[in-house]
Write a protein that binds this ligand. Structure first.
Ligand code: PEP
Length: 259
């Protein structure tokens, strides 16, 4: 089954509103609109930038999606500091990153939290927001040799209780922690090994058709120099890009590599 690649930028806690608008405009200027027929593109800025960045792409009539970097699972209520699915839906978000390793590491997010967020995002498919579920092992787990089991357990936990028909809308991003922001990219073979294992796990949990529909991305120091080889692997359907997504030319070059 041909899966449309997705290139998503994770801006993390970078770019004020003014800076974010400039970066979005630069991305818009660099992008050829017809590339977006062949590759889905999204940027995930901080919450404060979501609407202004959405507005840049809307004004330019450019089909680049906007995603949040996190969300809370309750729709409203006394949860100071949190943002809900209806709130990011109203902004126009079509993606939301869930369970990024930095959230797991610094904010104590658990597999159970990730599962609740995935359910909250997949509940209403009228104006869909597709979760980009991040999984990936630490260097210690890689060195131990148990990384496939570790990632499989994260995938199983994230999808627990999710029915096959809605699971197809979810996206999994394999992001080995040792490759995030370190400049040390997984080799194409290392990335393919785990992305292939994730798809096999999805086939065990669901069925071949569902597993073949779910996009599996690679993330971890992907840039315009290494994207082509990573993206040519059979089970890698795109990239979640951190550092290189903050430079319009680099980000758009990675999009070109996915064409
Ligand atoms: C990320 O944090 O999702 C990421 C992939 O970062 P970087 O590309 O900077 O390694």
């Amino acid at each position: 089954m041909a899966r449309k690649p997705l290139i998503a930028g994770n801006w993390k806690m970078n770019e004020t509103i003014a800076e974010g608008v400039v970066l979005a405009q630069e991305i818009s200027n660099e992008m050829e609109p017809d590339w977006l027929d062949k590759v889905d593109v999204a940027v995930c800025p901080p919450y404060t930038d979501l609407k202004p960045v959405y507005t840049v792409f809307e004004f330019d009539k450019l089909n680049i999606g906007v995603g949040a970097q996190n969300v809370f699972w309750e729709p409203s209520g006394a949860y100071t500091g949190e943002i809900s699915v209806p709130m990011i839906r109203e902004i126009g978000c079509s993606y939301c990153i869930v369970g990024h390793s930095e959230r797991r590491q610094y904010f104590g997010e658990t597999n159970d939290d990730v599962n609740k967020k995935v359910h909250a995002l997949l509940k209403d498919r009228v104006q869909p927001i597709d979760p980009i579920i991040c999984v990936g092992e630490s260097l210690a787990v890689r060195d131990e040799g148990t990384y496939i089991q570790f990632v499989d357990a994260q995938v199983k936990a994230a999808f627990a209780g999710v029915q096959a028909d809605v699971a197809k809308a979810a996206i999994v991003a394999y992001e080995p922690i040792w490759a995030i922001g370190t400049g040390r990219t997984a080799t194409p073979e290392q990335a393919q090994e785990v992305c292939g294992a994730i798809r096999e796990m999805l086939a065990v949990m669901y069925d071949q058709d569902t597993a073949a529909s779910i996009r599996v991305l690679y993330g971890g120091s992907m840039n315009e120099g290494n994207a082509s080889q990573l993206l040519s692997q059979p089970d890698i359907d795109g990239g979640l890009i951190g550092g290189a997504s903050l430079k319009a030319k680099s980000f758009v070059q990675i999009v070109k590599e996915a064409l």
